[in-house]
Design a protein around this ligand. Sequence first.
Ligand code: AHG
Ligand code: MN
Ligand code: MN
Length: 335
Amino acid sequence: MRYKIKTLTEFIIERQAQYPHAKGALTRLLNDIATAAKIVNREINAAGLVDILGTVGRENIQGETQKKLDVFANDMFITALKGGGECCAIASEENEKVISFQNEFSELGKYVIAIDPLDGSSNIEANVSIGTIFSIYRRITEAGGGTLEDLLQPGLNLVAAGYIIYGSSTMLVYTTGKGVNGFTLDPSVGIFCLSHPEMRFPETASIYSVNEGNYIHFPQGVKNYIKYCQEEESATLRPFTSRYIGSLVADFHRNLIKGGIFLYPGTAKNPNGKLRLLYECKPIAYIAEQAGGKASDGSRRIMEIMPESLHQRSPFYTGPKWMVEKLEEFLHREG
Ligand code: AHG
Ligand code: MN
Ligand code: MN
């Protein structure tokens, strides 16, 4: 048997070698993210031990107070990215304002990062899959620490985006605009190995994912679409199967592999829904499009929306192209 394992590091270096003028900054940045992800993964795997080894809020052996996992993940990614030196600012779902890196290095990095350090955090204690979502943009401002302006860019300006899923195995999935590739962590050696090259939504799809407990509050178009999913028609594989984890990363990842649409609609009370444009919708939209799918807020392409504030929310619909287009038809019919 002949086979060759390709590691994430090898893959990134090979990809960047295709650009003769590249100086390796993006390679280093992605490596910094992968390293932080491995450390976060280690903590997540040990989460169930917290009760017997010491609870959150108690001091650990070094005399440091133990942190909740979402705070830990946030600190870990910020530390790794700051130390790496390729990034001049970070916007995190966990921080109110942009974290700007100033005068730390003789030359500041030319990238900025938006991150949801721990996605699906309410699932941790139930041992259910959670994730991290990251987005990388080139800075717009010329000098000094990165600013809000650098972070408020449309998805079309994304240089790279990806997620880490801490599931039954841990995977890192990312795109730089040339397809989507997935890497599985071999925990025995701590290396991400290419396991899912050129990921695409499958041709056939029959899953819909939505928090149906909110049905009563959904717009009529979404209600009609859900009913359509539940109707019987063998040619379109209906009724569809309903699957909802409650971690966007895990729901999206399953839908990417098996074929399905994810919906998080707005409601009368929360017209923009729950998910955050910068940390969740735009990076997932980039991956979805690169995998042959679509992402929409119901009427606009997510990638084209110009964000106005860091923590802005947006209704979010993503999945195979034909599924999202069918949903949009239902939404438009209701005006
Ligand atoms: P986070 O843990 O980063 O706050 O994100 C939770 C999000 C997302 O992962 C998921 O799709 C959604 O919340 C689930 O919301 P509901 O519980 O309202 O269905
Ligand atoms: Mn999230
Ligand atoms: Mn989060």
